[in-house]
Design a protein around this ligand. Structure first.
Ligand code: AHE
Ligand code: ZN
Length: 376
């Protein structure tokens, strides 16, 4: 098939707020420095729903969503040296070119090489590889994993070991890695510290697990769903607080400050709710507390707090993909999974076929779902 278009099935979102529709799509062959991947499994993440719903200011339609995939390289374009046909790979929505100002800074994982076209739903040359009939379909996050075949830039893909089951390893393409990095890479001082994690979905549980792994002394999970208590404890939380069940008039911030003699050393927002982000900052300890924002907030939403919160030594920060450089760091994380150093299987609560992908989005909205994996 190399060099020829491939016809396959994909879930297409034709417009903001519409359900996905399974279509026969034509996937053009990879151009220079592009890779065509046979996607075998993909997770569904809240960011896919965020863009589908029309809330993403960068949302563009019609589009093939999906950014948490695993697959096998089918063919490569001219000049591709980092992967070859047959390689097991994970597409990367945070590229790593190793040549741009960002990559060379040593300070961030935010590669600039393909970001402009990726945000416009295009390949780096400004065109697209997907068509339904004559109608061009946009790419999403540089990955578009809700298609049986997709094309990505070579800087946006990493080879992993064949030994890793792709129906699990795909989750390292977004949620678990994002949480792992935000906790273990970005907060080197976390050992022995107190931690609060707001939100016990995939990201929150990943933060809890990683905090335990790196030796946090106390890990307080915060969620409004009482069913999340057992999940949080299974992943390593020492305490669980439900903000809707506090004593009359007591705020979650006050509750956490009381529980911890003044506040947490580290807090993490894994909700995307800007009110929660404020609580997370204000529940961190005077003088040294660090609050990390991971969740994606709705378009136009803004965070606020009294500047005094920062003047008195709290830090508000954020990270994308956990600060992880995908090509350099993901293979090791996959090995850590295979060596049982990090959980992955435990996050998969639901499986769906491609035909059932809209039901998979429905699963995500129930408090019972941590991750739904779509078998393509
Ligand atoms: N396009 C949205 C923002 C979406 C967003 O924040 N995306 C995260 C990844 S979410 C993974 O589930 C991210 O890493 N963004 C960095 C980037 O460069 O896109 C908006 O509000 O415009
Ligand atoms: Zn995601």
């Amino acid at each position: 098939t190399a060099g020829k278009p491939i016809n396959c099935k994909a879930a297409v979102c034709w417009g903001a707020g519409e359900p996905l529709k399974i279509e026969e799509v034509t996937v053009a062959p990879p151009k220079a420095h592009e890779v065509r991947i046979h996607i075998l499994h993909t997770g569904i993440c809240h960011t896919d729903e965020y863009t589908r719903s029309g809330k993403d200011p960068e949302g563009i339609f019609p589009v093939i969503l999906g950014h948490e995939g695993g697959g096998i390289v089918e063919s490569v374009g001219e000049g591709v040296t980092n992967v070859a046909p047959g390689d097991h790979v994970i597409p990367l929505y945070t590229a790593e070119c190793r040549q741009c100002k960002f990559c060379k800074s040593g300070k961030t994982n935010l590669c600039g090489s393909v970001r402009a076209t990726q945000g416009k739903g295009q390949m780096p040359d400004g065109t697209v590889r997907f068509k339904v009939g004559d109608k061009e379909i946009f790419h999403f996050m540089g990955t578009s994993t809700f298609s049986q075949y997709t094309v990505v830039a070579d800087v946006s893909v990493v080879k992993i070991t064949d030994a890793a089951p792709l129906d699990k390893a795909c989750l390292l393409g977004c949620g678990i890695t994002t949480a792992w990095g935000a906790v273990s890479k970005l907060q080197p001082g976390i050992r022995g510290s107190t931690v609060a994690v707001f939100g016990c979905g995939c990201i929150g549980l990943g933060c809890i697990e990683t905090a335990r792994l790196v030796g946090a002394s106390r890990i307080i999970a915060v969620d409004t769903n009482p069913n999340k208590e057992s999940w949080a404890k299974k992943f390593g939380a020492t305490d669980f607080v439900n903000p809707t069940q506090l004593k009359e008039g007591k705020t979650i911030v006050q509750e956490l400050i009381d529980l911890t003699d003044g506040g947490l050393d580290y807090t993490f927002d894994a909700t995307g709710n800007v009110n929660v982000m404020r609580s997370a900052l204000e529940a961190s300890h005077k003088g040294w507390g660090v609050c990390t924002i991971i969740g994606v907030a709705p378009a136009g939403a803004e965070i606020s707090t009294r500047p005094f919160q920062l003047v008195t030594g709290r830090t508000w920060r954020g990270s994308a993909f956990g600060g992880v450089k995908g090509r350099t760091e993901l293979p090791q994380l996959v090995d850590d999974y295979l060596n049982a150093k990090i959980k992955v299987d435990e996050y998969v609560t639901h499986h769906r076929t491609l035909k059932e992908i809209n039901e998979g989005f429905g699963d995500m909205h129930t408090g019972e779902c941590i991750r739904c994996v779509v078998d393509m």
